[in-house]
Design a protein around this ligand. Structure first.
Ligand code: DAT
Length: 174
């Protein structure tokens, strides 16, 4: 049984997963688990998509690489997908949203994303692809959606997630 929860922080690229995970790691002591970094470090990339300029992760390899650690709990899982993780490993799924596509566009162009990659990500945000994926993959009571447009949103979202983590730990200890 876990004594610390696993929290997935997901959403379209540029929505603020990293900034939230970094702040939450400091506030809660949970470990920031950037799946991009883990996949890189542990050789879980399958191929490179030239059009989208993105590495494709071999999900089976990735799950094999993390199956001894992640179920133990205490991770903030930072990834733009969530339905690959077994339900039994996951305690909360936070889907970050940026409804103002102008803001998202600026963040992604600042990263130097090319037009095809920009468009694909903006469309994914408009259509709520990640929210739908999370709702289909997990029970509705563990999926929450939070806006991430302004600095104040990061503060209030992190405060809310930190309180949830504390409450979860207390309820497990009872
Ligand atoms: P992700 O990890 O989802 O790709 P990120 O955390 O790297 O996104 O954020 C991308 C950029 O946008 C980065 O410069 C921080 C900024 N940003 C994200 N969320 C924000 C917010 N709510 N308020 C202000 N800036 C934000």
């Amino acid at each position: 049984m876990r004594t610390s929860p696993n929290v997935i922080i997901t959403g379209t690229p540029g929505v603020g997963k990293t900034i939230h995970c970094e702040q939450l790691a400091q506030e809660t002591g949970l470990r920031h688990f950037s799946i991009n970094q883990v996949a890189k470090d542990r050789g879980c990339f399958e191929s490179f998509d030239e059009e989208l300029q993105t590495w494709i992760v071999d999900e089976d390899k990735l799950l094999d690489a993390i199956e001894d650690e992640m179920p133990l709990g205490g991770y903030l899982i930072d990834w733009h997908a969530c339905d690959l993780f077994p339900k039994s490993w996951v305690d909360l799924v936070v889907v970050l949203r940026c409804p103002s596509t102008d803001i998202l566009y600026d963040r992604l162009s600042a990263r130097g994303y090319k037009e095809a990659k920009l468009e694909e990500n903006i469309d994914a945000e408009i259509f709520g692809v990640l929210m739908e994926e999370a709702q289909e993959a997990f029970d509705e009571e563990i999926v929450v959606m939070l806006n991430s447009e302004k600095d104040e949103d990061v503060e209030s979202n992190c405060a809310r997630i930190s309180s949830w983590i504390e409450a979860w730990k207390k309820s497990q200890a009872e």
